[in-house]
Design a protein around this ligand. Structure first.
Ligand code: SF4
Ligand code: SF4
Length: 260
């Protein structure tokens, strides 16, 4: 495991530990806050309520809105790093994707099918936004694997949420980060600012030997070896490709057009 991946793992584990502590403190009555208080997707779906002065759906608050804006700014700066470094569902998708690769279950779909499946998340995003505005409730809550993971459990969520979380894990074993690729509405939204992302991976054609180890390491199957810069909105800036590259300096981070 390369240095960048090791640091990223620490970030991901810290988020899981923080979530567990928050749930425990809530159960013990020491705080009203739950991991949902810090869900940026909650800020996105409540945006209309904050703009129009209406009551936000469920327990969404200004904290969700502030975090949503922070994640949006992060995407403009460093692409979808929130998904690659912080989001617990992203971490699960990646970890089980690695397990799938080790077990040799992991598959890459044909390009056309992959592209069509990736479009589903945009449809989900539009539906979630329309229904939340019309009904004023988070209608997807009962099926949301993210909510199944971060909720207080017990009576808080039903069996469907757990099935949905289980499917996310099984799907990730077959296709790394399948939920993030095809279904996550926050990923769909972030893909737009992420295309601008000032910090991105750049490949030096002179040093690159076309071994394609970067392509195989990418949890989202981005073909790094075919581009000079990774402008793809799906890029998590996870640096797995940089860690996997055997050629010194062939892959580096570019910050606003400058090599680092
Ligand atoms: S292109 Fe590199 S940095 Fe981007 S998601 Fe793939 S492995 Fe991570
Ligand atoms: S891993 Fe490095 S050398 Fe190999 S194809 Fe990717 S950029 Fe080129």
């Amino acid at each position: 495991m390369g240095k960048a991946t090791r640091i990223r793992r620490i970030f991901q584990i810290v988020v899981f530990v923080a979530m567990g502590m928050l749930i425990l403190r809530n159960v013990l009555g020491k705080t009203y806050n739950t991991p949902e208080t810090y869900c940026p997707m909650g800020g996105l779906v409540s945006l209309y309520a904050f703009i129009t002065g209406k009551t936000p759906p469920c327990s969404m608050s200004e904290t969700n809105l502030v975090l949503f804006i922070a994640v949006l700014l992060l995407a403009l700066l460093a692409k979808r790093s929130f998904c690659g470094w912080i989001c617990p569902v992203g971490a699960l998708g990646e970890w089980f994707g690695i397990l799938g690769r080790k077990l040799e279950f992991n598959k890459n779909l044909p390009k056309k099918l992959e592209k069509s499946l990736r479009a589903i998340k945009y449809i989900i995003l539009v539906l979630v936004l329309i229904f939340t505005v019309r009904i004023g409730e988070l209608i997807y809550r009962g099926y949301d694997p993210y909510y199944a993971l971060i909720s207080l459990h017990g009576e808080d969520i039903g069996i469907i949420s757990y099935i949905s979380l289980g499917l996310v894990i099984v799907a990730a074993i077959i296709i790394s980060m399948a939920f993030c690729r095809y279904l996550c509405p926050l990923a769909a939204f972030l893909n737009f600012p992420s295309r601008i992302g000032l910090i991105k991976i750049r490949r030096d054609e002179k040093s690159c030997t076309q071994c394609k180890m970067c392509d195989r390491a990418c949890p989202l199957s981005i073909e790094v070896s075919n581009v000079e810069r990774v402008v793809d909105g799906n890029c998590l800036n996870c640096l797995a490709c940089v860690d996997a590259c055997p050629e010194e300096g062939a892959l580096r981070l570019e910050i606003n057009g400058r090599w680092r």
